[in-house]
Design a protein. Structure first.
Lengths: 115, 114
């Protein structure tokens, strides 16, 4: 049963703390995305990788957010320092890349609460 | 700048009737459109898609219509069932940016009333 796995599912932290969210994409998928769900923006793209190379992180606040793919089975999204306005659900998604139809497969999300 | 807009945050429909969810886009370069469905505490899942070379795509109870001149698409669900209650996201892709990069709308919460 191929699926995208995200950890943690829920995270409560205090303002100023570092937060790291992890994602295991579906084996064989070569594109990975980080989205953030907010009421005002819907699903907002934060970062996008193809074959582990970052292609677009224009949606990400550069001063505090960073996204990496240390290897093909792991993507990370780090917030340092975290702020209350970062509270949201963060989704990781993977896809087969340009060979596919554009469909993405999402994880269950990481709900972040920054107090 | 919201390039994909879902102007109805919520919609309630009686079971058995037709549900119509609407989506507008502003980027004329978008050429592929998708609908995703999201249940609480789960990630969005793909529902149906349409290429810009078509104006209709049907899959069981779900049909997506595309009007390129109006930059408008809609999702029809008929008959609506209680299990269809979820948030529906419209998404679009621009080939110049790679087909796999999707721009999403803000979502419409559909509630089916038994």
């Amino acid at each position: 049963d191929a699926r995208v796995t995200q950890t943690p599912r829920d995270k409560v932290t205090e303002m100023g703390q570092e937060v790291t969210m992890r994602c295991q994409p579906i084996l064989g998928h070569n594109t990975v995305f980080w989205y953030r769900q907010t009421m005002m923006q819907g699903l907002e793209l934060l970062a996008y990788f193809r074959n582990r190379a970052p292609l677009d992180d224009s949606g990400m606040p550069k001063d505090r957010f960073s996204a990496e793919m240390p290897d093909a089975t792991l993507a990370t999204l780090k917030i340092q320092p975290s702020e209350p306005r970062d509270s949201a659900v963060y989704f990781c998604a993977s896809g087969p890349g340009l060979a596919g139809t554009g469909e993405l497969f999402f994880g269950e999300g990481s709900r972040l609460t920054v107090l | 700048d919201q390039q994909v807009k879902q102007n109805s945050p919520s919609l309630s429909v009686q079971e058995g009737r037709i549900s119509i969810l609407n989506c507008d886009y502003t980027n004329s370069m978008f050429d592929y459109f998708l609908w995703y469905k999201k249940y609480p505490a789960e990630g969005p899942t793909f529902l149906i898609s349409i290429s810009s070379i078509k104006d209709k795509n049907e899959d069981g109870r779900f049909t997506v219509f595309l009007n390129k001149s109006a930059k408008h698409l809609s999702l029809h669900i008929v008959p609506s069932q209680p299990g269809d209650s979820a948030v529906y996201f419209c998404a679009a892709s621009d080939p110049a940016k790679g087909n796999e990069k999707l721009t999403f709308g803000t979502g419409t919460r559909l509630t089916i009333i038994p």
